[in-house]
Design a protein around this ligand. Structure first.
Ligand SMILES: Cc1cc2nc3c(=O)[nH]c(=O)nc-3n(C[C@H](O)[C@H](O)[C@H](O)COP(=O)(O)OP(=O)(O)OC[C@H]3O[C@@H](n4cnc5c(N)ncnc54)[C@H](O)[C@@H]3O)c2cc1C
Length: 507
């Protein structure tokens, strides 16, 4: 197998699959995917598309408006409008590559109403998670179409030439030696950063050090302070901890309760819980906990006892996990609370999803600055699809697919004792300072601690540790820099949002 390609893709989640599928349709033959696992994609329950035949009078324009409102006025209008305008193309791409969606009895597509949306526009499967279906059918078809897959492979370093253009990356397989792979076009689709903070809903293969790797390659990063916290993640029983209770449950008639049995969200949202933005839910949960009205694990309760069991069973991954752990949502209240779940920051991109580093493109959760301070539920998956599709079309416009590249020695450094000494400590520092509620003092202390680690001479001898420390350090800087509360970024020392901060910060 050759180690030279036209396009190499880091990651095999939905964004990567969509990009590879569209590149293949556009005639690019030599594409290789290097990935450590499947990322967050198999966990996707909801994916939003606005289809022309919807019964609500929904339009791409209304969808774009919802995204910009959910982003607290600092989403990227150009990228949001383009994503919404292409929503049908995204849906059709997935259909062409074999993905099927659940239908109602009358034959219409089943649409769910998830958090942050004016109308139901979330497509799904009712027998399994839609993300599992996507991975299963698209991986198979892409392999049949000749896309090369390198599974269980970590991308550990990006390669750039003296003119600042990308030339490939270094990869390592478990137990093997690192080696270089070359291409004039590199697509970063390595997902988000939640695991940098310790306990999160992210799978283990999405580590977050990739943000530091991108920075070391000279990529501009944006909106790093906006880590999304999923508001209703199960906090008990032990076997169900970490399982998100879908916010779509609020659209199915569920509601949130404090320890006094009050539907507290109605105080700020009299129209009801359905469609409430996640950031609002997180904020109101925090207020209840701060007033001493929370549950023993630092969250609140969701009440689904009155929701028809047939509806609950249409979310089998959730219902079965609860029932298998002795928790019947028709009989008892569920203890839920916020956990790190997805990331709206990342590599800054232009309309072609290309970064400021020539040839380095970024899609899905790896790119940032589109959603602003918060995103609507189900939009991580839509954005993964649309950014992959639009990036592939962008590569056809701006990618130097025939640029020649010379080989070079591997420069990647690894030292297990440095990892053992610092990686857990870094997670603890980040988890403490970068939680759902932040304050300047903790952020300053954490920044100093990560800076000391970055400056320790031994740390430069291990690239994973230095990339991880750099990633956390930059998120801390971004969080300190934004002296206000907006969307998913909440500071107890600056509780209100400030119009002076209606902008993005680039690092
Ligand atoms: C439990 C859970 C439930 C979710 N539910 C929803 C939902 O219902 N709707 C929704 O819109 N979003 C949901 N999300 C978020 C959604 O899963 C992600 O935003 C989406 O999968 C992003 O797609 P992606 O392709 O960018 O990244 P991912 O799907 O996370 O894929 C990242 C890929 O990069 C690989 N990778 C990471 N680092 C490296 C590296 N160094 N080298 C090589 N490969 C690497 C991973 O192995 C993986 O293949 C959920 C997330 C979780 C964790």
């Amino acid at each position: 197998m050759s180690n030279h390609h036209k396009v190499i893709i880091a990651g095999s989640g939905l964004a990567a699959l969509a990009a590879a599928a569209r590149l293949n349709e556009l005639g690019v033959k030599d594409i290789a995917i290097y990935a450590g696992g499947l990322g967050g994609t198999p966990y996707i329950a909801a994916i939003n598309f606005v289809l022309p035949e919807n019964p609500y009078g929904d339009t791409p324009e209304l969808y774009a408006k919802d995204m910009l409102v959910a982003g607290y006025n600092i989403g990227n209008k150009e990228l949001v409008n383009e994503m919404a305008a292409n929503t049908l193309k995204g849906y059709e791409l997935l259909c062409r590559w074999g993905v099927t969606f659940a239908h109602n009895e009358d034959g219409s597509i089943k649409l769910r109403h998830v958090s942050g949306h004016t109308y139901p526009r979330s497509l799904c499967q009712t027998t399994n998670l839609i993300g599992v279906e996507i991975e299963k059918v698209m991986l198979k078809k892409l392999e049949e179409a000749g896309i090369e897959f390198h599974r269980k492979t970590q991308v550990v370093d990006l390669l750039k030439n003296s003119e600042g253009k990308i030339e490939g990356f270094t990869v390592i397989e478990k137990g093997g030696e690192p080696y270089n792979v070359y291409a004039p076009v590199v697509v970063a689709s390595w997902g988000g950063v939640g695991n940098l903070l310790g306990t999160s809903t992210y799978p283990d293969d999405v580590k977050g050090n990739t943000l530091g790797m991108a920075k070391n390659a000279g990529a501009e990063l944006v909106d790093l302070e906006f880590i999304e916290f999923e508001p209703m993640v199960m906090m008990s029983p032990a076997g169900a901890v970490g399982e998100p209770c879908p916010t779509a449950m609020l659209g199915e008639g569920g509601y949130l309760l404090n320890s006094e049995g009050e539907r507290f969200l109605l105080e700020v949202r009299p129209q009801g819980e359905a469609g409430a933005p996640k950031s609002l839910i997180n904020h109101e949960i925090w207020k209840q906990v701060a007033k001493g009205k929370g549950n023993p694990h630092g969250g609140i309760w969701v009440d689904l006892r009155h929701v028809d069991v047939k509806i609950l069973k249409a979310y089998p991954w959730f219902y079965d996990r609860l029932m298998n752990n002795g928790c019947d949502p028709n009989k008892e209240l569920l203890e839920v609370g916020p956990m790190p779940h997805s990331f709206s920051g990342g590599i800054r991109v232009d309309r072609n999803y290309e970064s400021n580093v020539k040839g380095l493109y970024a899609i899905g959760e790896a790119c940032g600055g589109i959603h602003g301070a918060c995103r609507c539920a189900g939009n991580a998956a839509s954005q993964a699809t649309l950014s992959g599709l639009l990036c592939a079309e962008g590569i056809m416009r701006t990618g130097e697919l025939d640029r020649a590249i010379s080989e070079r020695p591997v420069a990647y450094k690894q030292n297990d004792s440095v990892r053992a000494k610092y990686l857990d400590e870094l997670q603890k520092i980040a988890g403490h300072a970068l939680g759902v509620y932040r304050n300047g003092k903790d952020l300053e202390e954490a920044l100093n601690s990560t800076q000391k680690i970055l400056d320790a001479p031994e740390v430069s001898g291990d690239d994973l540790t230095s990339q991880t420390a750099l990633a956390i350090n930059l998120i801390l800087k971004a969080a300190l820099n934004r002296k206000e509360s907006r969307g998913t970024h909440n500071r107890t020392d600056y509780p209100a949002s400030d119009p002076a901060y209606e902008k993005e910060f680039v690092f």
